[in-house]
Design a protein around this ligand. Structure first.
Ligand code: SF4
Length: 104
């Protein structure tokens, strides 16, 4: 089961996950008019590295943990894949949206 980026990433896109992914499975784009990133379930090898890299805990370790956003990741991945990578934000950069907190 692939890892999944959840709605907590909407408007944040720290992009640290994409920088550490060993198989280039994470791609940026726009979803619901906000910056977002997705994990391509066809490419993810479940190494778990990205989950520990996200400063706001936006990634879950299995599609079973968030089936609704797993579907969003799978649907958007082909569309986001050609987009150029984002410059990662520093891990201690404060979240842009109210309600989001640094968790690591
Ligand atoms: S679990 Fe590993 S392979 Fe899958 S998206 Fe995260 S870093 Fe990439």
């Amino acid at each position: 089961m692939p890892h999944v980026i959840t709605e907590t990433c909407l408007g944040e896109t720290y992009a640290r996950c994409a920088a550490v992914c060993p198989v280039d499975a994470i791609h940026p784009g726009i979803h619901n008019e906000q910056p977002f990133m997705v994990i391509d379930p066809e490419t993810c090898i479940d190494c778990d590295i990205c989950l520990h890299e996200c400063p706001i805990g936006a990634i879950v370790g299995s599609a079973d943990d968030n089936p609704a956003w797993a579907k969003v990741n799978a649907e958007l991945a082909p569309k986001f894949k050609p987009n150029p990578p984002l410059e990662p934000r520093p891990a201690d950069d404060q979240p842009r949206k109210p309600g989001h907190k640094l968790v690591r």
